[in-house]
Design a protein around this ligand. Structure first.
Ligand code: ACO
Ligand code: LMR
Length: 264
């Protein structure tokens, strides 16, 4: 029989050895000929399967809605400062990406984890939120610097509207909405934010589409795939901010003294 030399790398998502590259076994020509979009490519390379259109469309909507949120947010600010320091595209991009984390854009996985755990354990929103408070953990997916109960995040509304029309089930999202109703009764800034909306809706996709086993869902949520959506999406905006600053020939940024409280 064949003796196989041990390999140093195992790879299961793509193969470039044939006449044309394949993503999860699907050749590039099929991807182009079948009119696949970026949501389909993400399905193949991240989830290793073709997913239904409403699923891939939702992924694409997330990417479009999270592509940018103006120059003042953490990521764009870092990218702008870096571009103005004369750094190259990749440096400017990663400088912005490095701000993505538990407070900014990177709360999607934790939102999915905590909402899933609370819903699956049958906790009421009161029990869930107050339990988190006792543990001293802010509820991921809740709260925003500028959005309020009376100035909701349009992106959240758009995602929810799409899901209510196209998803087989929206039980996790409805639970997140009930949590938001409770948190809003405590403070007006404790809205369901875009990370919380994507986290809860992705749970609905994973559980309701019938495309993933329970074990696979636990693995996706456990590894933390979902922040990848924000990282990917926001890269589009951060690259745009880099080009913008270069086009505008902006000089080195220096923060004004007047905006710093110098104190002992
Ligand atoms: N859960 C519970 N209580 C909260 C939460 C939350 N998620 N957010 C704020 N609060 C309450 C707390 O009592 C907080 O007081 P504390 O500092 O003693 O914990 C109080 O509100 C005031 O909080 P601020 O720090 O003034 O709120 P801020 O506007 O700075 O925070 C932020 C906004 C960072 C988004 C916050 O709400 C948070 O940490 N949320 C969870 C993480 C999250 O979902 N981030 C993604 C945001 S969307 C995006 O970046 C694309
Ligand atoms: C974003 O998408 O960057 C935001 O929701 C964060 C913000 O403060 O606007």
């Amino acid at each position: 029989g064949k003796v196989r030399a041990p390999t140093h790398i195992i790879s299961t998502i793509s193969d470039d050895r044939g006449e044309e590259p394949c993503y999860a076994g699907v050749p590039m020509s099929s991807i182009v000929e079948r009119g696949y979009g970026v949501g389909d490519v993400i399905s193949l390379l991240w989830f290793k399967r073709s997913l239904p259109r409403y699923f891939t469309h939702f992924i694409e909507i997330c990417i479009m809605l999270c592509a940018d949120h103006g120059p003042c947010v953490s990521g764009a600010h870092n990218t702008i400062v870096t571009a103005r320091a004369g750094k190259d595209l990749v440096s400017s991009l990663v400088s912005g990406l490095l701000t993505i984390g538990p407070r900014f854009g990177g709360a999607i996985d934790d939102a999915a984890r905590y909402f899933k755990d609370a819903y699956d354990r049958g906790l009421t929103p009161y029990e869930f939120v107050e339990g988190m408070k006792k543990k001293g953990i802010r509820v991921p997916g809740i709260g925003h610097r500028i959005k309020r109960g009376d100035n909701r995040d349009k992106r959240v509304e758009l995602l929810q509207r799409f899901a209510r029309t196209h998803f087989p089930s929206v039980k996790y999202m409805e639970y997140a909405v009930q949590v938001e109703t409770y948190t809003l009764s405590k403070a007006n800034n404790l809205v369901l934010n875009v990370d919380g909306a994507i986290g809860s809706l992705f749970l609905d996709l994973l559980a309701g589409s019938g495309m993933f086993s329970k074990q696979e869902i636990d693995e996706i949520v456990g590894i933390g795939y979902l922040n990848g959506l924000f990282v990917l999406a926001r890269s589009i905006g951060l690259i745009g901010h880099t080009f913008d600053q270069k086009r505008l020939k902006q000089p080195l940024y220096r923060h004004p003294w007047e905006d710093v409280l110098y104190t002992k």
